[in-house]
Design a protein around this ligand. Structure first.
Ligand SMILES: [Zn+2]
Length: 458
């Protein structure tokens, strides 16, 4: 193991001379870090006026340069002169994923410099390609680092971290001189876990950045094999997936560090993270405008659930204006009394469209609520729900090593308490639960089109 680490070190000196990609973007990155710091504690009125300026700017750009938006808005009787204050955003018609997917070039301004086409969507949902500029990646990083900086103030482009995410490597462990220690989420097993722990102790990076599902499995293996990790991370950065309560309690058994989570999407219309006082999601007002919209298209009140609708300030290539994300969340207050930021709070992320199950009567139930009990299934190593019929779900599971028989009666009873009586639950023991192509561990394979149902839950 140490041999292989030394080899990686030799590579690092060669690479260290070539971070021109980072040097080029550094000025964008640092100017945004500065902007967020400068505006983070502005009053509600000051932030509203900042947002209204950014909104008018990008709307004018769309009106002048982007045919798809101009047509869509004219058809719906909207024109930019109707925008006076930021709350006038409600006059702009919604944009959907399908509109942009079907007419990408009409909804894009491709004459901008340094464009690249990116794709999002992955294993489920609607795959979507769109354009953004090179600088958008640096802007994104600046915002994410401002969340992290509350827990680790020295964070910048040079900070090394331990990364347990969906990166395919030649083996389970690798070292990338630009980012730090890379642990593969694909190769995580009882046989390889010792190497992961050894590498963590060797590199001792200040931060750990992991998919919640990968870190959940990692800590289960560490616990089962009685391994000890002496290195103490300053903070653990999650993100990219819904964070379930059963994952948090499992991760805390092994790591004594703050867990930091945030919500964002590939389209970069909303970014909202924890502050260093509580686990509510604080939506950055400098990033874009975050709305939560109920089923009858009105703005959700505090405590109400609705669809997240985002307007991005920074992508002028394929702008997303009042974009329906198909993600559901619970509206919070417009102010955090603990960190004193006038940011829109999101109390809970309920899930993506495919993270709901459907009962016999067509009611949607969020997996976030169901999964609370899953931490108590002590004999289960991994699990996944599968649904293809209304009111019927299959609980697929892998036994923990050494367990002869799993008490499915107990699982049945615990699940029924959460999902109600209008479900039939099947059990299926399997040898393996496969990770998705991105290395994540999906907890639900939903074959039904949940968009067709109107449940009370969301
Ligand atoms: Zn706060």
């Amino acid at each position: 193991m140490l041999q292989s680490i030394k080899k990686h070190k030799a590579v690092s000196t060669i690479y260290a001379r070539l971070p021109s990609r980072i040097r080029l973007g550094a000025s964008v990155y640092y100017s945004f870090r500065k902007l967020i710091k400068k505006t983070g504690f502005l009053s509600a009125d000051e932030l509203a006026s900042y947002q209204s300026g950014q909104l008018k700017r990008i709307v004018a750009h769309c009106w002048e340069n982007i045919r798809g938006y101009r047509e869509h808005w004219e058809e719906n009787n909207f024109s930019p002169d109707q925008l006076i204050t930021v709350s006038d955003i409600e006059k702009i018609p919604f944009t959907t994923k399908e509109m942009i997917r079907d007419r990408l070039d009409d909804f894009s301004c491709t004459s901008l410099r340094r464009l690249r086409k990116v794709s999002t969507g992955g294993s489920t949902g609607i795959p979507l390609s769109f354009y953004q500029q090179r600088r958008n990646e640096l802007i994104e990083l600046a915002f994410i680092h401002e969340i992290w900086a509350q827990f680790y103030p020295p964070i910048d482009l040079k900070t090394k971290r331990t990364i347990l995410r969906g990166k395919k490597l030649n083996g389970p462990v690798g070292y990338d001189p630009l980012h730090g220690l890379i642990l593969s989420s694909f190769d995580l097993t009882g046989e390889t876990i010792g190497r992961y722990v050894e590498a963590i102790e060797y590199y001792k990076t200040p931060l750990l950045h992991a998919y919640p599902s990968s870190l959940h499995l990692f800590t289960k293996l560490v616990e089962q094999l009685n391994l000890k990790i002496n290195h103490r991370f300053q903070a653990i950065m999650l993100g990219s997936e819904i964070l379930y309560d059963f994952q948090v309690s499992q991760i805390r058994k092994v790591f004594d560090a703050p867990l930091v989570n945030w919500y964002g999407q590939g389209e970069k219309t909303i970014l909202a993270g924890y502050c260093n006082h509580n686990t509510r999601y604080h939506a950055f007002p400098q990033y874009g405008i975050t709305e939560i919209i109920t089923r009858n298209d009105s703005r959700a009140k505090s405590g109400e659930t609705g669809e997240l609708v985002g307007t991005s300030f920074w992508n002028y290539a394929t702008p997303f204006i009042r974009y329906r994300t198909r993600d559901y969340a619970v509206q919070g207050d417009p102010y955090c009394p603990e960190c004193r930021r006038h940011y829109q709070l999101i109390d809970e992320i309920k899930g993506r469209e495919h993270e709901f199950i459907v009962d016999k009567k067509g009611k949607l139930i969020a997996l976030t609520g169901v999964s609370i009990v899953c931490g108590s299934f002590k004999e289960v190593q991994q699990f996944r729900f599968y649904q293809e019929t209304m009111g019927e779900i299959t609980f697929r599971y892998v036994k923990k090593p050494g367990v002869v028989k799993v008490d499915t009666g107990f699982i049945q009873k615990s699940l029924k308490e959460k999902i109600g009586e209008f479900f039939h639950i099947n059990f299926q023991e399997v040898d393996e639960i496969e990770r998705t192509s991105s290395g994540k561990m999906m907890y639900l394979v939903q074959k039904l089109d949940t968009g067709k149902f109107t449940g009370d839950e969301r």
